[in-house]
Design a protein around this ligand. Sequence first.
Ligand SMILES: [Fe+2]
Length: 498
Amino acid sequence: MPVPQPIAIGTEKPRILVVDDESFIRDMLADFLGMEGYAVQCAADGVAALRELRAQPFDVIVSDLKMPGIGGLDLLKEARQAYPDTVMIMMTGFGTVETAIAAMKSGAYDYILKPFKVEEVIQVVERGLARRRLEAENIRLREAVSLYKVSEAISASLGMDDVVKTMAASAIDDLNADWADIWLADGEGGFAPRGPWTGGELKDVVPGDVNHGALVAAVEGGDCVLVHGPEVAPYVNKPDRLPTTMLVVPLKVPTRFHGCLCVARYGTGEKFTEGQRKLLILIASRAAAAIENSRLYENLQATFKQTIQSLARTIDKMDTYTSGHSTRVSEYAGKLARWCGLDDGKIEIVRQAALMHDIGKIGCVMKLNKPGKLTAEEYETFKAHPEYGRDILEPIDFIQPVIPGVHLHHERWDGGGYPLGLSAQSIPLIARIISVADTYDAMTSDRAYRKKLSHDVTRKEIVSCSGTQFDPDVATTFLDKIDDWLAEQRELGRDMPQ
Ligand SMILES: [Fe+2]
């Protein structure tokens, strides 16, 4: 179904189509409306009117109700379907007033009784155009508000989840859609759904209902899909659950196709309009730019994490005795964070911080794991490693949340630790967690100056240091859970402390 381009109201003459089988009325209206400054076309019946509509868009149709062939009501229905923005005004004799009222119910703007005065027709046309302008203004305003909301929300976050959720919520609210979904490239040549989201009671609509392969193929080149009725079928897998109307736009930046955004209405929902198509394209283009940024940011973070992991491994390899220490502390600390009830985001911060906790040892130019005790001077150098760690990480913006874990993992609950001598709750939880995990791994691993200690001996040591070196709650949580977890890991064939 061809979709007309929206008319630039105010920059050119409004276009009016006069449809009547009586040539006298057609010509008279064409003359008078032309003198009022309108661009007027005429059609002698419904068929000719539809031909004119397909050829060019009109702002207003003034049509007789009773015509041979396609009558005024049929023309109205066709025009409302294909060109919902066009204002329809019906003309009728006294005998068919009830039909005219039915036409109003079907979406006609107004009706004029024959015989009419020309001024009356002009007034109704002007009122219809005024409403059309108002609607166009409303659409522009809604576009501006939606774009503002999307842009604000997107600029407030670099997280992909936020960008996607904001885009879906905006698509559902601003287009009054029943359903929305977003497919994004999964990095392996495929596309994965991020939704769906529903605006109504469509709980049984699942991503599998929509043939996303067909959607992606249709919009990959930058085109949109706006389909209604039976045209929807190729894009939906379940023929018994067809949307009434469906709109799909690409998420594309000049260098990359990220996926697509799809919205649909089910049941008796009205068709999406041309204005709504434009709005969704604008929303999608803002979101695509944000998705691109988010991907770049995630890549940057991933690259940085890899660098940190390499550094952590380098530290561990500075001495064969500390091999794997950072990785193990990261695993223990991550588990302990979960047992302490932290959410996924905080657990990840704990894991990262634990992986980097000894990164400052890079700054200690000395043999840290030599046999025998460190000299007093060597010990002072060693004690600087948490601060070196903080100094190494401080210039990097997105690593800030892990710094307290690195900087303060040698603080003690009783205040006797370093570098700041903090005590109890003033030590960040992340550092209290790493402290337990670090000690557990250090004691259950071989060192140059001693053999590894057994799990039971280490347990007893943690019990005896609970409330002095360690946060008693964190230590208790660790001891409550560690045995079962170690047993599970051994069952999986892993070599764990005995
Ligand atoms: Fe340390």
